[in-house]
Design a protein around this ligand. Sequence first.
Ligand code: SF4
Ligand code: SF4
Length: 93
Amino acid sequence: MTYVIAEPCVGTKDASCQAVCPVACIIDVGDHFAIDPNRCVDCGACVSACPVSAVFAADRLPTEWADWTERNRRAAADAAPRGRGGARDREPC
Ligand code: SF4
Ligand code: SF4
């Protein structure tokens, strides 16, 4: 499982979640933040830190934001530098 940042982050982006994440797997991907599912350790610290309730465990994500699991995964993969164990390293060429 992983945690997912959903639509309420757009327009807020205060980075409170980033400040509490013990593994630094929350990244700024433009108009919102995203969680790298390959590095998230499922601690849940980011959920209560978010002032707009944008963070959910993947299995508790509201259905209207179901596509945000993939949006987080893809955004994290696009942002991961090659050669440092990022998500891109595990994708086929
Ligand atoms: S659940 Fe924990 S490890 Fe995962 S993004 Fe949130 S703070 Fe980081
Ligand atoms: S704390 Fe919430 S609103 Fe702020 S950056 Fe994180 S997910 Fe977005």
